[in-house]
Design a protein around this ligand. Structure first.
Ligand SMILES: Cc1cc2nc3c(=O)[nH]c(=O)nc-3n(C[C@H](O)[C@H](O)[C@H](O)COP(=O)(O)OP(=O)(O)OC[C@H]3O[C@@H](n4cnc5c(N)ncnc54)[C@H](O)[C@@H]3O)c2cc1C
Length: 267
């Protein structure tokens, strides 16, 4: 016997959290730019869909030097209203129609543990030392974005991300000309209250921090020497966009460019 799919449309964050429960059997739909084509193309189906668009989870607030962004905030809304590297990364995603519909929560959940490529906002959020507030089994939880990406989004409803305002930020990316796809590689840097942080997108299944680059800079290495250390932090992979070989060749130069953009002098 087939069951009629249920679509839940919570009108508040509390309703969304209670409708999500422990997440079993629930398909969350943020902007739907990944989920909807899957459903329409019959590559995925759902028994219970949770639409976040009316749940009051969109918006950017600032208080005491902390930036908070609701999970249903669109990528378009991030542009110019959030600091770099996040603003520029959002600007470079897909097309206007995608940016206007896609959400930061969906971007964070794109990739890890799923059959979709990683979201391009993951590296900027790692560079910004962002934390993610989620709900699910055991209640609400706040964790660093790296930990969230490592454990994967299964069973968690992303409610909000937050980070301290950086002093400076930079974002460099490499795409495929004349295509509308995820970046081949990206580098995000931010001067945060805890120091300079560097993160890489596109080298693996999720964004990743580059601690060896950060340490080398702190120890006084030149930009070029520090940038070369990035290959100690990430193991570039082959995919349909580029080979691991190409990524290994290009990544140190991209890191050096991002460091120059944030004001680090070449030595
Ligand atoms: C033409 C095109 C171009 C694109 N270009 C890019 C690009 O350049 N860079 C890029 O990063 N992406 C790109 N994308 C992919 C996608 O648009 C973005 O990653 C987008 O941010 C996904 O967000 P969404 O809200 O639409 O996600 P959805 O489709 O709503 O959801 C994606 C996944 O996240 C889950 N999810 C959504 N919100 C939450 C939440 N709050 N809590 C828990 N789980 C949640 C969903 O269940 C689903 O598994 C592109 C897509 C298209 C169609």
């Amino acid at each position: 016997m087939s069951h009629t799919p249920v679509v839940l449309t919570p009108a508040s964050a509390d309703q969304a959290v209670s409708a999500f429960g422990d997440g079993s059997g629930v398909t969350v739909i943020g902007g739907g730019t990944i989920v909807m084509p899957e459903i329409a193309g019959r590559r995925a189906s759902f028994s219970k869909a949770l639409l976040l668009s009316g749940a009051g989870l969109a918006g950017i607030t600032r208080q005491g030097g902390v930036v908070r962004i609701g999970a249903a905030t669109t990528l378009q809304a991030l542009i110019g209203a959030t600091p770099d590297p996040l603003s520029t990364a959002a600007q470079r995603v897909g097309d206007y129609e995608i940016r206007g519909q896609a959400t930061i929560g969906g971007n964070l959940c794109a990739g890890p543990g799923r059959e979709t490529p990683r979201g391009d906002l993951q590296a900027p959020l790692i560079a910004l030392a962002a934390s993610v507030r989620t709900a699910g089994a055991g209640g609400e939880q706040v964790q660093p974005v790296e930990d969230f990406l490592e454990s994967g989004p299964a069973g968690r409803l992303v409610l909000e991300v937050e980070f301290s305002e950086p002093t400076r930020g930079a974002y460099t990316s490499m795409g495929r000309p004349h295509t509308h796809v995820y970046t081949v590689l990206s580098v995000a840097c931010a001067e945060t209250p805890e120091g300079l942080r560097v993160a890489i997108g596109g080298a693996g299944p999720t964004g990743a921090r580059a601690p060896s680059v950060e340490r080398a800079l702190a120890d006084g290495a030149s930009v070029e020497d520090a940038a070369a250390r990035v290959l100690d932090d990430v193991e570039p992979q082959d995919d349909a966009l580029a080979s691991a070989w190409y990524r290994r060749k290009a990544l140190p130069a991209l890191v050096a460019r991002a460091l120059a953009d944030i004001g680090k002098e070449s030595g």
